[in-house]
Design a protein around this ligand. Sequence first.
Ligand code: FES
Length: 574
Amino acid sequence: MDNNKPKMRSQEWFGRFDTLGFTHRSWMKNQGYPDHVFDGRPVIGICNTWSELTPCNGHFRILAEFVRRGVYEAGGLPLEFPAMSLGEILMRPTTMLFRNLASMEIEELIRANPLDGVVLLTGCDKTTPSCLMGAASVDLPTIVVNGGPMLNGKFRGRDIGSGTDVWRLSDDLRVGAITMDDYLEAESCMSRSDGHCMTMGTASTMACMVEALGLTLPGAAAIPAADSRRRKLAQLSGQRIVEMVKEDLRLSHILTRPALENAIKINAAVGGSTNFVLHLLAIAGRLGIDLTLDDFDQLGSRMPLLVNLMPSGEFLMEDFFYAGGLPAVIRELHAHLHQDAITVNGQTIAQNTENAPNYNAEVIAALDKPFQVDVGLTVLRGNLCEQGAIIKPSAATPKLLRHRGRAVVFSDYEDYEARIDLPDLDVDPDCILVLQNVGPKGYPGMPEVGNFHLPKKLLAQGVTDMIRISDARMSGTAFGTVVLHTAPEAAIGGTLALVQDGDIIELDVPGRRLHLEVSDEELVRRRAAWQPRPPHSERGYVSLYLEHVQQADQGVDFDFLVGKSGAAVAHGNH
Ligand code: FES
């Protein structure tokens, strides 16, 4: 026994010579492991969110093999385990309903097993925050290997982007601008390789977030899933996690307040998804870092947009990779960042990016020539959102960012679907569309319906955008002048629940104001008459969710999951 070797946590399982030690080793040996793998080497968990129901993570079995190679090379023992995989495209009513459930599972799996370090394989939107939230509550050395974006969609000679072009193509089909055959052909042209959505949607935003936080090796976010360098990255990450365990470089050493502030600024500069706000708030809550909605506005809203990617711009993640990827953006932003924030490779974020080249100024702008200025997420306040609401100005129509209009109200998504295309709907392009009861408790699960379609009759007139307000989220691939995450939500009696057809609403994004022009006395009267709806479920997970989920300004985490419990386990395995 080498007394200079740091004692591994896994040795509490494998390093004992009693009935427990016998059982821990013996049953593992049925997989063919020889004695020496239990000699105190780092045991690395590979947390795999692979699933055939999550096509964006469909290549993760291969990726895990490359992580495994790296762990073995560095003298560790890799042990892969499956974790709840949240497939954005198929799960109903919305994966957000299950993000906290997945995080609970991942937290308990990491803590309960003989692991010294963890590699998180993440890709499709919620698989990243759920893994990180769970891992943060345990706080072992942790590295993220993201799965990478799909190759650019290609349809009849032009690039099409995941999600972003779905809305456009669907609107084209609704008004007869394309045929059903065109529509079906576009489906296979859009998703033509392994990987997650290749716009700067939520998955790409999360990939940039983990790189900005210092949780991946440099350059990880943009490498396409189909590029062989993605596998190389997985292998190198497998090597590195073994060293991180030996250095005891834990998640909480990297995820500090300065790292979170860096991520907010970098997210603004890449034009990241609004979902970033919810997930980073929840991650901060697990770490005990006091982060509020206002931090996103103060730190991010004045940042310049340096990346020209859909939905805010023209290009896609594959182009971003060839242009230099996130390191080129971070290098431009050095003056704005906490440059000494440490990352998983032991270097600072500034050291990792000091020589990062930018190969294409059409895709990645220089700091002094941004694509847009002051376009980070903006936090709105007012009587319609006492706990805040957000808007993404870079995806909005500039002339609508200051606007007063007449409310057209839909009481829930079913009401919206039933009435939005009625020929006699009393609506004009200056109206403000309001959708109630689609928040964390209202739907439940806060679905991505905030960018709901415009009335067909206005689309046919050539109207392309209107202000929409709801307590829902919006897909990161979507666009429009859309106010989201309104809190408190309608389902718990927020002012949003009290808006009626014909009320006047004022949106003033530069002034950060969202105001319902209804007198306080009238609001008191309406509030007294308001009745909550019956709960969606009184059993199972959904009832637990409804009882404990917090509002959007707190990251929609469960109240009892905030904070961390560390890696200690009170009892042996009995
Ligand atoms: Fe999985 Fe978009 S659907 S990343």
